[in-house]
Design a protein around this ligand. Structure first.
Ligand code: AMP
Length: 308
């Protein structure tokens, strides 16, 4: 069984969408990545930090999915990372109303001994120095290091972000962030510039418009499944990253051809995530539902054209 090491926030999220509002529910990049990856045959562990205000039942939810949380530090008297976001009627647009780092501000990650030889390391969204510290603790170079980030870290810690990016294989990033990072509007040019920064592969996520995988002069596009109702897009990007990295860890095949499948797996899982608030849908998701929708993805994007 492949091993997947996940780093990222485990958070309290307060979310407002045109369809409703929640206060302080379980969220965080590592949470969504872990839940998504649990759909594959992988042994996974989360390295993160929370305060003792995090209810045990939220953490049990991760253990119940066989995610090793021995690397999840609980700081006594500490407050968990908090994020508040509001979506517009166009759900592709969201405003961040609050980001409180709290215990994350002085976090010193410790990779569990048994995961220092993980096949795939998924560096979810958090401070780039924490992401780098995790890479440095690996005793063997992982087959694949994937990194996800967001505009917050570009605004606050760009030099550190540019440094960690030199050590990774795949960068997953959304379209606006790729433009911000490179100053290029064209996503093709942006991907080329990012490849020059270090990563051999670049995945650009375009929300309800799918995702693009770039490698040298090759490009692959996966659509997002057209859904009748999207309830809450929070975590879709992380769920994509969890599906992508979880699939690659379980198959232990990091060829470009297999990465195409990984992009589809990520897109498929993200399509479930957005159907309910927070992590609700990912917690109840089962294999049969996942496989049924994979077939829909196939039908959506396959065609047989005869060239004259
Ligand atoms: P996504 O919708 O996939 O971009 O990710 C949303 C998740 O990212 C939420 O659950 C938040 O807790 C988490 N998040 C928001 N801002 C940050 C940040 N600056 N660093 C790390 N995680 C964040």
């Amino acid at each position: 069984m492949g091993k997947l090491l996940i780093v990222g926030t485990v958070a309290f999220d307060a979310i407002e969408t045109p369809f409703g509002k929640t206060d302080k529910i379980l969220g965080g990049a590592a949470t969504y990545i872990g839940l998504a990856a649990s759909n594959f045959n992988v042994s996974s562990a989360i390295v993160s930090v929370v305060g003792d205000d995090m209810p045990a039942n939220y953490l049990n939810l991760l253990s119940a999915k066989n995610i090793d949380i021995s690397g999840l530090e609980i700081v006594k008297g500490g407050k968990t990372f908090y994020w508040k976001g509001k979506y517009h009627n166009d759900l592709n647009v969201r405003d961040t109303l609050a980001t409180e780092l709290n215990v994350l501000a002085d976090f010193n990650p410790k990779v569990p001994e048994s995961f220092k030889d993980a096949d795939v390391v998924m560096l979810g969204n958090l401070h780039p120095n924490i992401q780098l510290s995790v890479i440095n603790q690996m005793t063997e170079r992982p087959k694949l290091i994937v990194l996800d980030t967001m505009n917050f870290w570009m605004d606050h810690s760009l030099p550190e972000l540019l440094n960690v990016i030199q050590h990774i294989d795949v960068l997953t990033i959304n379209d606006e962030e790729a433009r911000q990072l490179t100053g290029e509007y064209s996503l093709v040019k942006a991907a080329t510039k990012i490849e020059a920064m270090g990563p051999k592969y670049v995945v650009i996520k375009k929300g309800e418009h799918g995702a693009l995988l770039f490698h040298k002069n090759k490009v692959f596009f996966a659509p997002a499944l057209p859904l009748e109702e999207v309830f809450d897009p929070t975590g879709a990007g992380d769920t994509f990253a969890g599906g992508f990295s979880g699939y690659l860890a379980s198959t232990r095949n990091i060829s470009f051809e297999n990465m195409k499948n990984a992009v589809i797996q990520g897109s498929n899982l993200a399509s479930f995530c957005v159907e309910k608030f927070g992590t609700e849908r990912m917690v109840t998701l089962n294999k049969e539902e996942v496989n049924k929708r994979l077939l829909q993805f196939k039908e959506l994007s396959q065609f047989d054209i005869e060239l004259e």
